[in-house]
Design a protein around this ligand. Structure first.
Ligand SMILES: C[S@@+](CC[C@H](N)C(=O)[O-])C[C@H]1O[C@@H](n2cnc3c(N)ncnc32)[C@H](O)[C@@H]1O
Length: 286
């Protein structure tokens, strides 16, 4: 065993004691980050290279700061995105909904599909769509100035990696309720991972203390933002255009009824995440 692997084992036990969900993985990823190596290369780090800053970062995680704030990166589909204080850390559940949108856009018989991402956060959804459907024109709307800074940084970062990507994402400031009026009736797809946690619900420390409040809370039943998104999507979409909206695992049937036929929706469907929990609703504009 190397010194670093011994320290990782001790750190993992400390993280487990602190209630961290995946203590061993987090300890290894923090070690890899501090030592500037891939996780698979940890056993090869010489004892003399052990960096004691490892323990500073473990202490942050022990205090339940999110792993992604410590490493500064979140992975989303084929992207790595910069994240930190002031922006929502993108989640794996959202990758599934984004994949659904990417599949629909890929098969859509439209030269340059127009997409609106309502509540862009780090830019995860908008950038993944732009990367995987390069012919799409993506409009990302974000009200929170701090979150917008992270989105702008990630758009620039992806632009550096693949010039076509950022060139096709336009970031808009403001409330999505009143946004993108120039696209009324012209959008091919509207997508959103809005705030949907009911006011007062319990959330883990990593979420409650580190994700911004504007990204979390959706009013008494958690559905305030989703109701607004239904309005905005109805305004923005062309006939047969598609909407996809993420929600909490217990909100599937309530969100289904936010997109009824009487309000001009067809083919409303519930979709599950990889754990088999209701996670997003899609519908088509009549
Ligand atoms: C749950 S986060 C999702 C961020 C990103 N789309 C993702 O999936 O990682 C919701 C985002 O919507 C933004 N937001 C909430 N209400 C908004 C509104 N009325 N207009 C624009 N943005 C809003 C929040 O600031 C936050 O960045």
């Amino acid at each position: 065993m190397s010194l670093l692997l011994d320290e990782i084992a001790v750190a993992a036990a400390r993280l487990a004691e602190a209630g961290v969900e995946s203590p061993r993985t987090d300890a290894e990823l923090i070690a890899a980050h501090v030592h500037g190596v891939a996780r698979g290369a940890l056993p090869a780090v010489p004892d003399a290279s052990f960096d004691p800053r490892f323990w500073d970062e473990i202490a942050r995680r022990e205090a339940r700061e999110p792993l992604q704030h410590i490493t500064g990166l979140a992975y989303f589909r084929y992207l790595d995105l910069e994240v930190g204080p002031g922006v929502f850390v993108p989640r794996p559940e959202t990758e599934i909904m984004t994949g659904w949108a990417i599949d629909r856009l890929t098969e859509m018989d439209v030269a340059e599909p127009v997409v609106a991402d309502l509540g862009a956060g780090s830019g995860a959804i908008a950038l993944a769509i732009s990367q995987e459907v390069p012919r799409a024109r993506v409009h990302a709307v974000e009200a929170d100035p701090l979150a917008r800074q992270w989105a702008a940084r990630n758009i620039a970062r992806c632009g550096a990696a693949a010039p076509h990507t950022a060139g096709r994402v336009t970031l808009h400031a403001g409330d999505f309720a009143a946004a993108l009026t120039g696209l009324d009736g012209a959008a091919d797809l509207v997508i959103s991972n809005p705030p949907y946690i009911p006011e007062g619900a319990w959330v883990p420390t990593e979420v409650g203390e580190y994700d911004p409040a504007t990204a979390l809370w959706g009013g008494a039943d958690g559905l305030d933002a989703i109701r607004r998104i239904e309005d905005v999507a109805r305004r923005l979409l062309r006939p047969r255009g598609l909407v996809a909206v993420e929600h909490g695992e217990k909100q599937g049937s309530a969100v289904y009824w936010i997109f009824p036929e009487e309000r001009g929706w067809r083919e409303t469907r519930n979709h599950k995440d990889l754990a088999g929990r209701d996670r997003f609703v899609t519908a088509a504009r009549a």
